[in-house]
Design a protein around this ligand. Structure first.
Ligand code: SF4
Ligand code: SF4
Length: 366
């Protein structure tokens, strides 16, 4: 268990002192020695006001803190779409970091680590495993599959490149199993501090461009990402026990209740979570049928879709193809990981409830 700080903040001159105070309170001054990996959420090339990536001024303040305390910062992630060079330019990191001379790079090399049963050895970013300390800079966003993507989920980015899609395929059919994988990877990465950028959050069909930026006005920080995530659930009015990663933490007997929440952050009156609808219903042998007919399906808006190909190239189940200038989905093959929503650069992909799913939800509370 750990304390959580929730501090009102804005992307202005007050940001740096707020972050310095939070990192100092979290003991990061002593931990930020040697090579320090700063792991933001760099999902894809998006402007800061789109609230998809950790704001460049937050990344800058943390990099300066590390350097001021004798550490050597390295900023790295494994983006789902596009190059780090483009993210650096479009995302505002080039301007924000120009006087700091900090490496801004994609994870490349892997090292295998045993994250425990049932997954065993998993290849993870060598930079993350060999860093003297990892600082986890997450974004407060909704996530079509996991409801919210916060501190714990951010470290799943330490799975390098397309290996992410392979793990989605291996564990993603079962949301609880995928959440357990995410938690066990997080435990292997063990950040010394997690800071969640909730100044401008993302609601609705996150975590990509189909979501809507919403001012929340807070930074959330803790030495425990699990405790920080729990506090965010309370903040946005979502039961922590229903967040798949916290439910997985319960299965693994990992505590996540904050011991103390300092601060006075407030969420907007109605933070719009993604509609999850039916996700799992009935016995295991019925699951393929249930998935086909009851669980929300990915769907492309033909008005917005530019047939760019990101979704079908990323889909771990090869369930999307382009036919006669429109997208076709193989809903038998689709594992409902919603990666296609995450990676679509035009916000064209959403999840839609099926008619049987809607009817079932009215009859049975699922
Ligand atoms: S849905 Fe999005 S990612 Fe897929 S082809 Fe259309 S624009 Fe590209
Ligand atoms: S179609 Fe979308 S939701 Fe289905 S498996 Fe592919 S990426 Fe995942």
């Amino acid at each position: 268990m750990a304390d959580v700080e929730i501090r009102p903040a804005a992307y202005d001159n007050g940001l740096k002192p707020t972050i310095y105070r939070m990192l100092t309170n979290g003991g990061v001054a002593a931990a930020a020695r040697g090579r320090v990996l700063i792991k933001p959420n760099l999902l894809l090339a998006a402007k800061p006001h789109q609230a998809i990536t950790t704001h460049p001024l937050v990344v800058r303040a943390v990099a300066r803190f590390v350097r001021d305390h004798g550490g050597t910062p390295i900023i790295a992630d494994s983006p789902a779409v596009g190059s780090m060079a483009r993210i650096h330019r479009v995302g505002g990191y080039r301007e924000a970091l120009q006087d700091l001379d900090v490496p801004f790079q994609a994870f490349e090399h892997e090292k295998t680590m045993d994250i425990g049963p049932p997954f065993g050895k998993v290849p993870l970013a060598e930079t993350a495993l060999e860093a003297d300390a990892v600082i986890n800079l997450a974004k407060l966003k909704t996530h079509s599959q996991m409801t919210l993507t916060l501190g714990v989920k951010n470290t799943f980015g330490c799975v390098v490149g397309l290996k992410k899609t392979q793990w989605h395929m291996r564990a993603g059919i079962d949301k609880a199993m995928f959440a357990r994988l995410v938690v066990q990877i997080h435990q292997a990465i063990r950040p010394v501090y997690t800071l969640i950028d909730g100044i401008l959050g993302l609601e609705g069909h996150g975590p990509g461009k189909a979501g809507h930026p919403v001012p929340v006005g807070v930074l959330i920080g803790s030495t425990s990402a699990l405790a920080a995530d729990h506090a965010v659930c309370d903040l946005v009015g979502f039961p922590p026990s229903q967040l798949p990663t916290l439910a997985a933490a319960d299965v693994l007997s990992l505590p996540h209740h904050p011991t103390l929440v300092n601060g006075n952050g407030r969420a907007p009156a109605a933070f719009q979570l993604p509609e999850s609808g039916v996700t799992h219903f009935g016995p295991e042998w019925l699951q393929p049928l249930m998935r086909r007919h009851l669980i929300r399906r990915p769907k492309a808006d033909p008005e917005k879709c530019r047939l760019c190909g990101e979704c079908w190239q990323f889909c771990p189940a090869n369930a999307i193809r382009c036919q006669d200038d429109r997208l076709e989905f193989d809903y038998n093959a689709c594992i409902r990981c919603y990666c296609c929503i995450e990676v679509c650069p035009y916000g064209a992909m959403v999840s839609a409830e099926t008619l049987p799913g809607r009817l079932l939800r009215r009859i049975v509370p699922v």
